[in-house]
Design a protein around this ligand. Sequence first.
Ligand code: SAM
Ligand code: SF4
Length: 366
Amino acid sequence: MRARPGWDVDDSDLVERSLRAGLSAAMATDAFGRRIDYLRISVTDRCNLRCVYCMPGGGVAWRDQSELLTFNEIVRFAAAAADEGISKIRLTGGEPLLRKGIADLARRLRALNGVESIAITTNGTLLPRLARDLAAAGIERVNISLDSLDPDAYSGVTRGGRLKNALAGIDAAFAAGMRPIKINVVVMRSLRQDLVSLARLTRDRPVHVRFIECMPIGGGDDCGGAGWGVDDWTEANHVPSDEILARLAVEGAEAGLGELESVEPDDAPGGWGPANYYRFEGAEGTIGVISPLSHPFCSQCNRLRLTADGNLRTCLFSDEDFDARRVLRHGTEAGLHSLIHAALAAKPESHNLRIGTVRRMSQIGG
Ligand code: SAM
Ligand code: SF4
């Protein structure tokens, strides 16, 4: 447990008294009593891929460089957030590995008082070049997006990406010693994905393949261009996680993967998120399912998000922005703390299965 500035961290009696008085020592909680200790920081809205569920084919208008938070601003914000009880940070985007100096940023964030772990979510294509530096900078945990193991299907869903680059990224993460390595698979009916071939990755390596229900994000004013969004997400294209699991159980057994067993939380790969884990008999890695729509996990939500252009967001599905960039550029450190408190107070109880948001996933930071 961390104490607020000025408190003696080792004085457990003092901390205990403050807790009895109803104060939580640097332990951010929201209005619904949820402990918020996880911050996802988007470092860029740019990407080298154009996944069909995330970006329109023609791309989106990038934010001007001057609108993006500088590394100094990100570190200042993260320091204030860590004072408030954030201990886990994930770097994301857009594609975070496109941001020059990303390993230096990771190193600086990892060194902040109170920050215990740094993770990254990436499409993996640039990991062969960067995995070693990222690992040396203190990034252990990595999530790599990979929706198909068929080169043509991968190229189709990413609109031009090369499967071999993403696979080389996974190998590079292993070689650099990053753990746990999780593979994110967004499932859409229209993609006709071979889920079992992805599940097979767990057999001989400790890799954790997570199947994620596709979410209706984007489509609003900021998105620009036609493409994925409110108009494109349909109930018919949504594959609920129960169906994903049922398919995996049947098709996995037919393919010789054995029985799909549930994994007790203590045996699951440590995580900060909402996945439920399973394992094919004797497999090294696990299968996860993430069900934001069919089994919402809002009551366990532990996160805040900072967009690349400096807006603090309380929920992926909420368009309410708290302008941290303005405070970072024109305000005070006390102002930053007030902004975080305001965001915590405004964090909604649930996303109520909302359809569409003003921004796309790549512009928020998935
Ligand atoms: N570019 C990196 C990547 O693809 O991993 C990081 C950013 S991406 C926005 C973060 C995650 O969001 C990825 O795992 C991606 O598959 C997921 N994602 C994007 N759009 C989504 C959607 N509409 N529904 C569910 N997941 C989505
Ligand atoms: Fe880029 Fe990631 Fe969005 Fe795909 S999901 S377009 S890789 S930001």
